[in-house]
Design a protein around this ligand. Structure first.
Ligand SMILES: C=C(O[C@@H]1C=C(C(=O)O)C=C[C@H]1O)C(=O)O
Length: 358
């Protein structure tokens, strides 16, 4: 065979490849259409009975030179690619996804913006215990120019015998002190029935890690006109986390801030394992701002500063940490809250670090 013959044959193959590509693309588009029909009717994407029928037809029509197992193998690869297309389409339709909206959602909390490139701090006590306690923290925050104060009024604790929070009285304290110091307030709500009352007191409603898949709560906060900070569940995958946010946005509220707070792993050196890579993944996959809670992820005061630096370096929109005027007597999370001098040192170091990053 001359070089010329080889070239002629290869030209024919090239032409066939172009046709195959066209046909496969056409097949892919039909699979996408089928995917949409399945999504609307709630039918599973994977249909082994249908795949078996297609394979039987391939076997029936196969005249060689490829043997039937080889052709079946090729078609199984095509089925898989078609299924992947259907799945990618479903992801694309998520309202929280970058594909649905390419620009960042910017959540504005009393002038503090999340998602516009600023890197903020959310600080405050684990639980609201008294007005004096909250005032001491608020005054230190004000001096540092930090506007967003967290504080738990409803505390979902592991043990029912631990301090459960002051409830609405706690929200009242937070609001009173926040107004005195011109701060904004973020507090957790655990019961859908309390969302309405919380609107009067808080600037951001927090949905805690233990409630990340409390779908009725997610729907309830999705119906109100108030920013929501959604924490990642203790054992939630990123995909489950994103779908939890979708529950909120699907009801109309797109003012959502995601919060990575560590996940449960076999590692015992920290309270949870901070999944730092979740930050860029969430920022890539969704258009929502992402903050990192260094207190609950580490459970260790000595790790607050290095993990906060990691969070800022990796692009988190804010760092969240707990501060208490006298952590030794705190009613919850006593070991991991900073006192006021430690808080000042923490913030000063991070401000310097932010300047270095800029
Ligand atoms: C395209 C479909 O979805 C999937 C992909 C198939 C294919 O590529 O032929 C067949 C069955 C399903 O697993 C379908 O259901 O027809």
């Amino acid at each position: 065979m001359s070089n010329k013959d080889l070239q002629v044959l290869r030209n024919e193959i090239d032409a066939i490849d172009v046709k195959l590509l066209e046909l496969l693309s056409e097949r892919g588009k039909l699979a996408q259409e089928i995917g949409k029909v399945k999504q609307v009717s709630g039918v599973k994407r994977f249909d082994p009975v249908r795949e078996r029928e297609v394979l039987d037809k391939i076997a029936e029509n196969n005249e060689g030179p490829f043997d039937t197992p080889t052709m079946k193998h090729v078609f199984k690869t095509i089925f898989k690619a078609c299924l992947d297309l259907q799945e990618a389409d479903e992801r694309k339709t998520l309202l929280v996804s970058r594909k649905a909206k390419s620009q960042n959602t910017v959540v504005d909390v009393k002038g503090v913006k999340f998602g516009n490139g600023e890197q903020n701090f959310i600080m405050g006590p684990c639980a609201v215990e008294s007005i004096e306690q909250v005032r001491a923290v608020a005054s230190a925050m004000k001096e540092q120019g930090i506007k967003l104060m967290r504080g738990g009024a409803f505390k979902p604790r592991t043990s029912p015998y631990d301090f459960q929070g002051l409830g609405v009285e706690g929200l009242e304290i937070l609001r009173t002190v926040a107004d005195e110091y011109d701060l904004a307030v973020i507090s957790e709500i655990v019961n859908p029935a309390d969302v309405e009352v919380a609107l009067e007191y808080v600037d951001v409603i927090q949905v805690g890690a233990r409630n990340m898949q409390n779908f009725e709560l997610l729907k309830a906060v999705g119906k109100v006109n108030k920013p929501v900070l959604l924490k990642r569940g203790l054992s939630a995958t990123i995909d489950e986390f994103v779908h939890a946010a979708e529950y909120i946005i699907a009801q109309g509220n797109d003012q959502i801030i995601l919060c990575e707070r560590g996940i449960r792993t076999y590692e015992k050196a920290t309270r949870n394992t901070l999944d730092i890579s979740a930050v860029p993944i969430l920022k890539k996959e969704t258009h929502l701002p992402v903050v990192v809670d260094v207190t609950h992820s580490t459970g260790r005061k000595d790790l607050l500063l290095p993990t906060a630096k990691a969070a800022l370096a990796i692009g988190a929109d804010a760092v969240m940490a707990e501060v208490h005027p006298d952590p030794a007597v705190a009613l919850s999370d006593s070991a991991q809250q900073m006192d006021i001098p430690q808080f000042n040192e923490f913030i000063n170091e991070l401000k310097e670090f932010k300047n270095k990053l800029a």
